[in-house]
Design a protein around this ligand. Structure first.
Ligand code: KIV
Ligand code: NA
Length: 270
């Protein structure tokens, strides 16, 4: 890849090779995934996976900006998308624009993501018409956990039509892609076939136009709980805990530091 894709490149990937994305919150993680991902999301999941918050509701603009800046330093060939945190856009288009513009200008993000379908369509259109590319996020929208009654599968039964309406509304409003979180795979397939922009699935089956996972989940670094849709490709949390136990044991046994880690009185002769 020569340059980072632009939102229009992501949009144009509809129906082609699946788009690959992960979340990132720090420079080294961003560097690790840069060449493998089409876009990287600085998700508000940062509040739960790095800051120990009980949900994403306590995440602030300042947190998103600081992590966005860190991730930007680690990316060369992937596009960066930054989540708008809870409370930074729901009042209306103007509040959303003010905060989205801040996220873009202070982090260098290529786009923002916000949660909501039909109810956010007017806001999405307002941002897009004023120069801010928007990735939408529908289905399970974690910032609404308190009104959704938990982190449940969305779009089942009677809710199916409402989710299709959400997907159409964000497409119509000008979003360049839409995240579908925790929805039945056959509904995700139907939406993917129905709308003109790429669907990015998380817990939405293999038929979406792309996939995203929280990097700390897929690396096994975040272990407080595991959603069914998470596949752990590594177990870095377990590896880390074992390494720390080993270090503690060696310090107590005075076997660390060893000869190769210490300094003599005089520098060795060249
Ligand atoms: O915050 C996040 O990590 C997200 C992804 C799960 C889509 O919004
Ligand atoms: Na998010």
């Amino acid at each position: 890849k020569k340059r980072a894709p632009l939102p229009d490149d992501i949009r144009a990937a509809k129906g082609g090779a699946p788009l690959v994305s992960l979340t990132a919150y720090t420079t080294p993680m961003a560097e690790m995934m840069d060449e493998h991902c089409d876009f990287v999301l600085v998700g508000d999941s940062v509040g739960m996976v790095l800051h120990g918050l009980p949900s994403t509701l306590g995440v602030t603009m300042e947190m998103m900006i600081m992590h966005g800046q860190a991730v930007a330093r680690g990316l060369k060939s992937a596009m960066m998308v930054v989540d708008m945190p809870f409370g930074s856009y729901e009042e209306g288009p103007q509040q959303a624009f003010r905060n989205a513009a801040r996220l873009m200008s202070e982090t260098g993000a290529g786009a923002v993501k916000l949660e909501g379908g039909v109810v956010m369509a007017e806001t999405i259109a307002f941002l897009v018409s004023r120069g801010i590319p928007v990735m939408a996020h529908i289905g399970l929208t974690p910032q609404s956990v308190n009104t959704l009654g938990g982190y449940k599968v969305q779009g089942r039964g009677d809710d199916r039509d409402a989710l299709i309406a959400d997907a159409r509304a964000v497409t119509e409003a000008g979003a360049f892609a839409v995240v579908l979180e925790k929805v039945p795979a056959n509904l995700a397939d139907a939406i993917t076939a129905d709308i003109a922009i790429p669907t990015i699935g998380i817990g939405a089956g293999a038929g979406c136009d792309g996939q995203i996972l929280v990097v700390d989940d897929m690396l096994g670094l975040f272990t407080a709980f595991k959603a069914k849709f998470v596949k752990r490709y590594a177990h870095l949390g377990d590896d880390g805990a074992a390494a720390i136990a080993n270090y503690a044991e060696e310090v107590r046994a005075r076997t660390f530091p060893a000869q190769e880690h210490i300094f003599a009185d005089e520098a060795p002769k060249k």
